[in-house]
Design a protein around this ligand. Structure first.
Ligand code: NAP
Length: 255
């Protein structure tokens, strides 16, 4: 335990779902976690309280991504929070998890320019500029973990734009892994499959049954099962892994 004692982490989109489980997992290993959200301040506060109840340390940080000034707002809050809690602005672990998503998707014929731009702004452009800005705070030996989706391995027309953004983040990880290797900073991608993030769709028995069939284990993943993989990548035990894509999809679509 406490493999991340003395470390600091930012998990974007950690008010709920996989991000919340990741923030809790990192804090359980001793990291101080910046719990980031867009609008759901109450959910972010709940994440902070769950961490504190567990004996961990965290602070919440609101900043909508994909809008003008987003990166400045995120980093001014992050640096203030880090300074308040540690006296410095060092960021050891960055998890790019926040995303724009749509449960039902949109047929390619119906995608508007606005929808296309929004998905790319939140899911691809923001992670790039977050990494770019974070590089001034991340020390040698730091960690960057980007979250993709199992959809990059299949063709699902109704999620074309979302999947395009996740393809972009996979390439972003690979190129930054090479770029940052001289500093011992690892950059990896985690690829979740269908994971119960609390969305109402997971309460519909027929939908659950259908989604369960995609995994080799014939069930839906839990956020903690993806978070454990992310936390592992943040530890020293994963120091020899960079530029990798770790599948955390319960063997989805193995055939
Ligand atoms: P989620 O439950 O939908 O939560 C999304 C998080 O991102 C929330 O914390 C939300 O903040 C934040 N967010 C959304 N839009 C934002 C914006 N414009 N600016 C800033 N923050 C924003 O997410 P999830 O399902 O756990 O997914 C987490 C990651 O795993 C994503 O990258 C997703 O693509 C990937 N993934 C998920 C699944 C799955 O089945 N769940 C499958 C494959 C991949 P607020 O609470 O303030 O709205």
């Amino acid at each position: 335990m406490n493999k991340l004692s003395g470390k600091t982490a930012l998990v974007t989109g950690s008010s709920r779902g996989i991000g919340r489980a990741t923030a809790i997992g990192l804090a359980r290993e001793g990291a101080l976690v910046a719990v980031h959200y867009a609008h759901n301040e109450q959910a972010a506060q709940e994440t902070v309280e769950l961490i504190e109840k567990d004996g961990g340390r965290a602070f919440r940080l609101g900043a909508e991504l994909g809008v003008p000034g987003d990166i400045d707002q995120l980093f001014s809050g992050l640096e203030a929070g880090l300074r308040e809690h540690t006296g410095k602005t060092t960021l050891d672990i960055l998890v790019n998890n926040a995303c724009e998503t749509s449960a039902t998707g949109t047929a390619p014929e119906d995608v508007s320019v606005e929808e296309f731009d929004r998905f790319f702004a939140v899911n691809a452009k923001a992670p790039f500029f977050i990494i770019q800005r974070a590089l001034g705070l991340i020390p040698d030996g730091g960690r960057v973990i980007n979250i993709s989706s199992g959809l990059t391995r299949v063709a699902n027309p109704s999620h074309t734009v979302y999947t395009m953004t996740k393809g972009a983040i996979e390439q972003l990880s690979r190129t930054f892994a090479r770029h940052l290797a001289p500093r011992g900073i690892t950059v990896n991608t985690v690829i979740p499959g269908i994971t119960d993030n609390g969305n109402p769709v997971f309460k519909i028995p027929e939908a659950r049954e259908q989604m369960s069939q995609l995994s080799a284990f014939k069930r839906i993943g839990e956020p903690e099962e993806v978070a454990d993989v992310i936390v592992f990548l943040a530890t020293d035990e994963a120091r020899w892994i960079t530029g990798a894509q770790l599948d955390a999809s319960g063997g989805s679509l193995l055939g």
